[in-house]
Design a protein around this ligand. Structure first.
Ligand code: CTP
Ligand code: CA
Length: 226
């Protein structure tokens, strides 16, 4: 396999990375979230910094320390992540959207802790804004990289997202596969580019997978920007 060797391949570039889950508030003590650990996004931030980029890491709540040298912007909700990500979009050369953004949030939130009551409780959910879709629709010359976390039809769904969100590269994984997914230290990824390159990787440490993702992004840029 081919690794981009040497450092400094992203010198002068600004890379914006989103990572981790979002939390969608119900009341002061309750929220909706998902199992994302943030490890994949943090590893990509570290790998991009290692190639000399200015790295802005926009992170939902995680339990890990940001890699040294990166600018960290902490957010909680999908709305906050949207606002932070869009505020850096114009300056970005590359955007990597590894965050597991909530697709829905509670339509109504409570200022006080909701007391339990007899019978059922239904929470009405409304859609959040798709950050990556918004970026794809407004793309000028940024390189846009998305993730596709799927449990079935991985290639088909990933290709659909690549095209409908106007992406340059998508990183797909099957979250039900042993050694892949949200929580662990390893991942099994396949990358697809807009110009038809497909790379399937074996089970790798997330830090190693991040190096290959950065390497695939650099190769794509070399084909397109020179
Ligand atoms: N994404 C985003 N904003 C959202 C939802 C998703 O930017 N509100 C981004 C994710 O960060 C990821 C990509 O879109 O890079 C794909 O996310 P995924 O959840 O796999 O796909 P969705 O488009 O949300 O579709 P679905 O969940 O129905 O598969
Ligand atoms: Ca989703």
């Amino acid at each position: 396999r081919h690794f981009v060797t040497g450092a400094g391949q992203l010198k002068g570039k600004t890379v914006v990375i989103t990572a981790g889950p979002t939390q969608e508030r119900i009341d002061p003590v309750r929220y909706f979230t998902n199992h994302s650990s943030g490890k994949m996004g943090y590893a990509i931030a570290e790998a991009a910094y290692g190639q000399g980029a200015r790295v802005v890491l926009i992170s939902g709540p995680t339990h890990i320390d940001p890699p040294k040298g990166v600018e960290i912007i902490n957010v909680v909700s999908a709305k906050e992540m949207f606002e932070a990500a869009m505020s850096y979009y114009e300056k970005a050369d590359i955007v990597v959207k590894s965050a597991a953004v909530a697709d829905y949030r509670p339509k109504d939130t409570f200022e006080q802790k909701r007391k339990k009551q007899p019978g059922k409780w239904s929470i009405e959910m409304e859609r959040t804004t798709d950050i990556l879709q918004t970026m794809g629709d407004q793309k000028v010359e940024q390189i846009l990289v998305g993730f596709a976390a799927e449990s079935e039809h991985v290639e088909e769904y990933a290709m659909k997202k690549l095209h409908s969100k106007n992406l340059d590269l998508i990183v797909a994984n099957n979250i039900l596969q042993e050694g892949a997914g949200f929580k662990g230290d390893t991942n099994i990824i396949t990358t697809f580019t807009k110009d038809g390159e497909k790379k399937e990787y074996p089970v790798l440490a997330k830090k190693e997978a991040a190096q290959f993702i950065i390497s695939d992004i650099i190769s794509y840029m070399e084909r397109h920007l020179r």
